[in-house]
Design a protein. Sequence first.
Length: 460
Amino acid sequence: MPQIRLLRTSTFRYAVLYMAVFGLSVCGLLGFVYWSTVGVIEAQSDATIEAEITGLEERYRARGLFGLVEVIRARSTDEVSERGIYLLTDPLMNPLAGNLTRWPDEARGDPRWVDFRIQHADPPGAPQIARARTFALQGGFHLLVGRDMTERAEFRDTMFDALIWALAITAALGLGGGLLLSRNFLHRLDAINEGSQAILHGDLTQRMPVSGSGDEYDRLAQNLNEMLDQISRLMEGMRGVANDIAHDLRSPISRLRSRLEVTLMDEADPAKYRAALEKTIEEADAVLETFNALLAIALAESGALRKSFERLDLGALVGDAAELYQAAAEELGQKLDVSVAGTPAAMGDRNLLSQSIANLLDNALKHTPAGGAIRLAARTDMDGRAEIVVSDTGPGIPPEERTRVLERFARLDNSRSTRGSGLGLSQVAATARLHDADLTLEDACPGLRVLLRFPAPRPA
């Protein structure tokens, strides 16, 4: 059964396909070499025969039949195996001179090129293959001039055998390589499949094995492991969010219900009813603010808004936010300074970025004492990247807490006596990730400085 699995893998099919293509290429290459080489040999043989015929014609014209017989007898003293083949016959095909015993049957008829076999009776041996040209001379005499082509035939047989063996070896190597590759790849895939099955059955700590070779399977396993790590973090975050929601919303909803019950238990008093309703609306607004913040974070983390990104003038966003919070800062006895340098721009979602700036200003107003200063700036750095900076003169955030405060419902005030849900900086962090921006929390000496640095926008 494992062999059947190997044969069904796509790797084995691709290996066989590659083997077929490679085999055809080898066959075509060897065939081209074969036909080219045989063609060259035949051309050389024919040229040699033509040259000898030219010489014999000149001798025949100069010295007649007896001179031709003399030349043929001189050239025929060597064995046939020395490649030269000659035969001169009378009109009745009786040999007069040459190294053949009789006129070949294949050469009877009009003068032409012929291929025939020469069988020696003494000593017996394998037949030789010859190629010759025949001529009819004056007086009814016949002349045959040719060459021994046995070596060419042997070479052709050798090339044909080499072609067959090359195809056989290619097929064997292709099948063997396909099986070996399929076995290796199937082993790697089985490991990933086993890990996936364990995860599907609830073992979320399982990870894909990495061999360390750095190949595509390792990269796939690493990406899957990173994905699983991210899923684990999100699940942990969801569990934390559920706990935080239960903790943070249980108190205001309980107070809201208690207040309504107490109000109903008291005597009917329009003033008390109105005060209770106003307080209830305030508590409901706080609950809605929490849910809206959670929805904004979820929307930012989903990445769905990337498709609607547009080129934004960050200076205009900063100016709008400053105009909105200027009166609140003056009411708290704080100074809000705004500065825009250059034309900072970034690709992004207007609503999320506006909400992030508002959250940063809201935190600054909340933690800056009366008489303090808040600075809001938009600028472009030396690399052409737009920046938004919000700094205050409040107590700041300790370095060891700067990572934690970016989590949902994280607050430095563990007693939760100050207003707020602990989602403001979380929403800013989620928006920064959506926009591929760098979010940095720094000391303002005194206070906190929050820096948002955006990627340089592509030219319009």
